[in-house]
Design a protein around this ligand. Structure first.
Ligand code: LMR
Length: 339
């Protein structure tokens, strides 16, 4: 049923792309920005996307209509990137772990375990020169990067308690399509399996995989807590997004409109990044209340053991994401350990 609906929506969109009159010829009709994403509306990304829609539609007074398709309704992870390049959708906010298929593996630097000691450190990178340079790498691929959106730091969940790195050994763990995440799970002795986000709940439920990692807001909104009896608050890695648009579409917009949309996006970004932590904290509280998952807070010794087990990943991934990039980030963030 879900699949048929998604296929129907995609066919409608494709017809729109093939038979759309040029922007100039349709001045009276609103310009439609189709924004596809894979998480629920009730998440940091979902809420920021809805805020962007509201702000953009209000500020452009009917000249722009933002159509949001959440929850992989339209496309799954990999398909949505292809759709953006083809122009079948105009806007996405994929996780930074999913940019390698576009030929920009450097974004996987955000997946390196314990790379960012705090949100302050992270923000210094995403709001600074390094963040801008990374987004610029998308342009030759026909994509313009407009903003970074937060989700948060990840926890590990599984079918059995995971206190020490050794507890993860031999578990089949779902990851996003990132080589750094693959290396991270292998460093723990786990068996990483790439799955689209929309497939995770069922894979956990049926035992195709034993566990996964995600920020709490993703875990609760996909009901993963119902099928994951144990979780440890590891904060071992970050999950965030880049808001990206089809460059040809973006460049073709009248410049006054583009400026208004940029302001709307800036405000939506501020809002989304402000609420992300609260959303994740609230998700933990709600999942604890649900009582289906036992949450473990790490002791300082346990944390040290995880950091030691995952330390080799950074060096091992230098060739993948760039030694200079890693060094530049470490230099910029040195000493920024408080949240
Ligand atoms: C995942 O696949 O786990 C996440 O990237 C989903 C998302 O967009 O937060």
């Amino acid at each position: 049923m879900m699949k048929r609906r998604a296929a129907f929506l995609r066919a409608c969109l494709l017809m729109g792309v093939l038979f759309a009159p040029s922007l100039q010829a349709q001045t009276a009709k609103p310009i439609v920005i189709t924004f596809s994403h894979v998480v629920a509306d009730d998440t940091p990304k979902g809420k920021a996307a809805l805020r962007f829609k509201d702000l953009a539609e209000q500020a452009t007074q009917g000249r722009v209509f933002v159509q949001i398709y959440p929850n992989s309704q339209l496309y799954k992870d990999k398909e949505e990137l292809e759709a953006l390049q083809l122009g079948a959708v105009q806007m996405l906010a994929p996780s930074l772990a999913k940019f390698a298929p576009l030929g920009v593996g450097e974004f996987e630097v955000f997946d390196i375990p314990y790379m960012f000691p705090s949100k302050t450190a992270l923000r210094k990178i995403t709001d600074g020169k390094i963040g801008a340079e990374l987004l610029a790498k998308l342009e030759p691929k026909g994509i313009k990067g407009l903003a970074y959106w937060d989700n948060g730091f990840k926890l590990m969940s599984a079918k059995r308690p995971i206190r020490l790195p050794d507890d993860v050994k031999g578990l089949k763990l779902r990851i996003q399509s990132s080589r750094v995440l693959d290396a991270q799970m292998r460093a723990l002795g786990a068996l990483p399996q790439v799955l689209a986000f929309s497939e995770v709940y069922q894979a956990l439920q049926t035992g195709v995989v034993d566990g996964t990692e995600n920020p709490p807001s993703n875990m609760i909104t996909q009901r993963m807590h119902e099928v994951q009896p144990y979780a440890t608050l590891t904060d071992h890695g970050y999950l965030g997004y880049a808001v990206i648009v089809n460059k040809r579409f973006w460049d073709s917009l009248p410049s006054d409109l583009r400026a208004v949309l940029e302001t709307a996006l800036r405000d939506a970004t501020r809002y989304g990044n402000e609420i992300a932590q609260q959303e994740n904290d609230a998700a933990i509280t709600a999942m604890k209340a649900a009582g289906t998952t036992e949450f473990h807070a790490q002791t300082p010794e346990e944390r040290k053991a995880w950091m030691a087990a995952l330390a080799p990943v950074r060096q091992a991934m230098e060739a993948r994401v760039g030694k200079d990039l890693i060094s530049a980030i470490l230099k910029e963030t040195a000493g920024l350990s408080s949240n």
